[in-house]
Design a protein around this ligand. Structure first.
Ligand code: AMP
Ligand code: MG
Length: 478
């Protein structure tokens, strides 16, 4: 394992060197072995000897820094934020020549902790771990999670909870908020340097283009649109889409009070402190563009207003393309037809009225598409005539497809997951882990790595959520 610390070296104005504060009695609770393999890490026995997981050791080349950024929270300028409890340990140089950042979350106080204690609790650490791996399993760009450590320390939230640390891995932790920070402070040169660093490091193909800032920003716009289009297709509500939680690279970042929806509810609010529903599921596309406008404003020293506006125009087509492609795939419609949108909207209307489970509806449709009357999917609906009327039109539409039914079914099963990370599933893994039992976490994590596997259809994980599970309130304390 080879590490370096480019960020601290190249952008000292955007960070402070901080050593982690180890968790008392720290131990590695869970390791993502599949990711460890992708990162070419040593065997688990060797890794278990290290204390890096709970801040007790630094690996050769690591030089931890806390990054500073600012941002808009719930639509309002919040000023300076920054890594209040996370540290960028360093960038790992992979044998492939790529590099990935290791970020230790829950690592203790930093100059940006404000009123916080610098810690994270096991509950939120496990939620972030599972959600990011679930997102990866669904083929959506995200930060990854390598490890969970815990210890003897209790951390005070609404109640005292076990403290924990997460090692998060990502190509970059660059946020919209980094640019907003420098813009607000009128650090024009530093902002240009940050833009150049981003381009050289993550968009090297643009480095020699005369129009590089435009091409770069347009790509950020497209990536953001694509990510949000994909979130909408799997029923994911992020919960806290503040600009400091928006990744420049279009990665899903900073999992807090998120939700993968159970019943289809376009107005779903994941975060119980979001009283006005600013970050409700159906508002995410609009919020994404609002956030990009804040970034555009911060880049106004690099690009003319016309160029910024031109780049922002890429958002809606990128979002609609990503969403449309996934939704068409979910319905098994591959040849374009002008009526397809109506067919989808009618299904959504029916689902919303009947509170149909989002994930199960599409999974069952994959099996039912070529059945006589809608197979098991039909049983999910109380208003049978309404379902049958939709289903008849759907099958009439399928006739226009040239694909054979087996191939369609295989393709639909590969895009409609049997399993998403429902809040109650995460909660069951948390309850067990808080008692020292990681088997629930391990089996859920294993399933989420391939949520399309057909053996899952017979497992409890693919069953409808229990009533208590639908009513979980997710606090934003973490
Ligand atoms: P989040 O809502 O987790 O994205 O956090 C928003 C901001 O609050 C970030 O600057 C975090 O680093 C900071 N923060 C959250 N929790 C804590 C904590 N327990 N201690 C210090 N800073 C925190
Ligand atoms: Mg954050």
């Amino acid at each position: 394992m080879k590490f370096q610390q480019q960020w601290g070296h190249k952008l000292p104005e955007l960070c402070s060197e901080v050593a982690p504060t180890p968790l008392r009695g720290g131990r590695l609770l869970y390791l993502n072995r599949a990711l460890a393999d992708e990162l070419a890490l040593p065997d688990t026995e060797t890794l278990q000897k290290s204390a890096v997981w709970w801040g007790g050791e630094l690996l050769a080349g690591m030089r931890p820094v806390a990054q500073v950024y600012s941002g808009h929270q719930f639509g309002v300028w919040a000023g300076q934020l920054g890594d209040g409890r996370g540290l960028l340990l360093g960038e790992q140089q992979l044998p492939t020549g790529d590099s990935v950042e290791w970020h230790l979350k829950g690592a203790g106080k930093t100059p940006y902790s404000r009123m916080g204690d610098g810690r994270a609790v096991l509950r939120s650490t496990l939620r972030e771990f599972l959600a990011s791996e679930a997102m990866h399993g669904l083929g959506i760009a995200t930060t990854r999670a390598l490890s969970i450590a815990t210890g003897e320390e209790l951390v005070q939230r609404e109640v005292a909870e076990p403290g924990a640390m997460l090692i998060r891995v990502a190509q970059s932790h660059l946020r919209f908020g980094h640019f907003e920070h420098l813009f607000h402070r009128q650090q024009v040169e530093a902002l240009k340097k940050l833009a150049d660093y981003s381009i050289e490091t993550f968009w090297p193909e643009l480095a020699c283009e005369s129009d590089r800032y435009f091409l770069w920003f347009a790509d950020i716009v497209r990536r953001t649109g694509t990510m949000i289009g994909q979130w909408q297709s799997v029923g994911f509500a992020h919960g806290v889409m503040n600009t400091d939680n928006m990744s420049l690279l279009g990665l899903t970042l900073d999992y807090g009070p998120y939700a993968f929806m159970d019943d289809y509810q376009p107005g779903l609010i994941g975060n119980h402190s979001d009283y006005q529903g600013r970050y409700a599921f159906e508002n995410q596309p609009t919020v994404g563009l609002w956030n990009l406008n804040r970034l555009a404003h911060a880049l106004s020293g690099l690009l003319s207003a016309d160029k910024l506006k031109l780049a922002l125009k890429e958002y809606e087509p990128a979002l609609m393309a990503a969403w449309g492609e996934r939704m068409r795939g979910k319905l098994g419609l591959y040849a374009a037809d002008t009526q397809d949108n109506d067919l989808l909207i009618e299904l959504f209307t029916l689902m919303a009225r009947e509170k149909a489970d989002y994930t199960r509806t599409f999974r069952l449709l994959s099996y039912a598409a070529d059945s006589d009357k809608g197979g098991l999917l039909r049983d999910e609906f109380i208003d049978r005539p309404a379902f049958e009327s939709w289903f008849t039109r759907y099958q009439q539409r399928l006739v226009k497809e040239t694909i054979d039914p087996q191939t369609r079914q295989a393709r639909m099963l590969a895009i409609n997951p049997a399993l998403v990370l429902r809040n109650y599933l995460a909660q069951e893994a948390i309850n067990a882990a808080e008692q020292g039992d990681t088997t629930v976490l391990a089996s859920l994590h294993a399933a989420l790595q391939n949520p399309f596997a057909q053996h899952l259809d017979d497992s409890a994980l693919a069953k409808p959520p229990p009533e208590w599970g639908k009513q979980l309130v997710i606090s934003c304390s973490s």
